[in-house]
Design a protein around this ligand. Structure first.
Ligand code: GAP
Length: 470
């Protein structure tokens, strides 16, 4: 008997239909379409009351592991608008583009490399003017004829100052990385760091993507979490790359992503971005396939050499112990805050049968959950119960995000908190008024325990701390 060959990478996604997450996000206030009352704007999304907490927890968790817990990395928050020459020097004006084709009948535009039949084509082939004809490609919507590919630059342009003329054109940054390179000297001198050291940034980036989509996976306005690690040339860069790659994958696992739904994929030589010597993506098994979650890049001395030449500023590093002057190499870890939050949301989704009903829960890591704790009254008609709830909540919210809800019966209140990923619920009942104890319920096990009122905040903070360590 032969067993069918199984592709070890063909792992089931955490959620079969993306729509499950899209509708939960809208209904519960994680993510809404932007400008919805005007019909929306393509590829821009707004974070609601729960989404903003989730995303800011993701950013805080990243900052904690990339800056707070390290001695060798410092933070930076550079402007979104930069001198336009930055983008000429970085290569973005010349090369930050995708191959675009247009349908002659319905005028829809597509990224050539995303059309069926173009799988596996090299970058050179994608630029070949005869490629559409040679492969017999047609518009996937109405079957109309497609134009030859042309390069479409992804940078958004705007004007600086009151005059709208070519000389005033500037760009919205398509990555945060360049802000770290142009500030290399400032950071070096003010922080007195020695190689190897890193500069971390979190901030908005903008790309006029030709085919955005899959909810917040590919947007035109998004947030990046990027770290540039400056090292001595070549051998040290190669070694740093091999350290950072597993460390970045482990970060997603530490915050709950199933290891089986993560994998690494190295870029083929002709797929490498214009700056990269080596690039490996951490990929996640999204409901729409394996896709990039984060990129780790060995950028060589490309960035600092180019900026040094173009600006005339000496961006060399002086090594006091060896007396050497050198241009550091850069190993970059480039993640997306939206894409990471999206991944945690998908991977945490659970559906199970409990007493004949479907229980939906988000098994989010306690540090990422929008609310750490909910305080719920068993009987909202008893003012003493409500008052005690508010007292407990007031104490908890000095430390964590806490919420009070009395708009349904307790079973329903638990389900609501499960569905938004609240790890713990504290319930005040009639007995609490007599014995001074409350029930703490765990989201994942649904186990309950009685705890003295005075010990509740400490218990929740200890659990949170334990989840961070574990
Ligand atoms: N500085 C290098 C750089 O920007 P990238 O692979 O183009 O590399 C890094 O982007 C990360 O930024 C991606 O892995 C992804 O998480 C996020 N990202 C890029 N484009 C995005 C988009 N259009 N929408 C949402 N996230 C995006």
């Amino acid at each position: 008997v032969t067993s069918p060959s199984v592709d070890p990478d063909d792992v089931a996604p955490a959620v079969r239909e993306l729509d499950t997450i899209v509708s939960l996000s809208k209904r519960r206030g994680f993510i809404y379409p932007s400008s919805e009352i005007y019909g929306g704007i393509n590829a821009v999304w707004d974070y609601g009351p729960l989404g903003v907490e989730l995303k800011s927890n993701v950013k805080r968790a990243w900052w904690r592991s990339m800056v707070q817990e390290r001695d060798d990395i410092v933070g930076l928050d550079a402007g979104i608008l930069m001198h336009p020459q930055v983008w000429v020097t970085s290569g973005h004006v010349g090369s930050f583009s995708d191959p675009l084709v247009e349908c002659a009948t319905d005028h829809r535009r597509f990224r050539l490399d995303e059309l069926p039949g173009t799988e596996g084509l090299s970058v050179m082939e994608l630029q070949d003017p005869g490629i559409v004809e040679r492969l017999g490609l047609r518009c996937p919507v109405d079957g109309g004829p497609l134009s030859a590919p042309r390069r479409f630059n992804l940078m958004f342009k705007t004007f600086m100052g009151p005059v709208e003329e070519d000389a005033a054109v500037i760009y919205l940054r398509p990555e945060t990385a360049q802000g770290s390179y142009v500030n290399f000297k400032n950071v070096l001198q003010s922080s007195r760091k020695k190689l190897p050291f890193g500069i971390a940034q979190i901030g908005k980036s903008f790309r006029n993507e030709i085919s955005p989509g899959n909810f917040v996976f590919r947007m035109r306005e998004f947030e990046q979490m990027e770290m540039q690690y400056f090292v001595r040339p070549e051998a040290e860069a190669a070694a740093a790359f091999e350290t950072w790659l597993p460390a970045r994958r482990a970060w997603y696992e530490r915050y709950g992503v199933a290891p089986s739904r993560l994998r690494l994929r190295e870029h083929a030589p002709d797929e490498l971005a214009h700056y990269a010597k080596k690039a490996v993506d951490v990929e996640y098994r999204f409901p729409f396939g394996w896709k990039e979650l984060e990129g780790v890049h060995n950028r060589g001395d490309f960035d600092l050499s180019r900026h040094s030449e173009a600006s005339g500023e000496d961006l060399e590093y002086f090594d006091q112990t060896t007396g050497e002057h050198l241009i550091p190499w850069i190993v970059e870890t480039a993640a997306g805050a939206d894409r990471a939050a999206f991944t945690f949301l998908i991977d945490a989704y659970r559906e199970e049968e409990v007493r004949g009903e479907t229980r939906v829960s988000l098994a989010l890591h306690p540090e990422l959950a929008p609310y750490t704790v909910a305080v719920l009254p068993l009987l909202k008609k008893r003012p003493e119960i409500v008052e005690l709830c508010h007292r407990i909540k007031a104490d908890l919210q000095k430390h964590v995000m806490a919420v009070y809800d009395d708009t349904a019966a307790i079973g329903k209140l638990y389900r609501r908190q499960d569905e938004i990923g609240t790890p713990w619920c504290v319930t005040v009942d009639v007995e609490s008024l007599e014995d001074g104890a409350v029930t703490v319920r765990d989201r994942d096990s649904m186990g309950q325990e009685r705890v003295p009122v005075e010990g509740v905040t400490r218990l929740i903070l200890d659990r949170l701390e334990a989840s961070r360590a574990g």
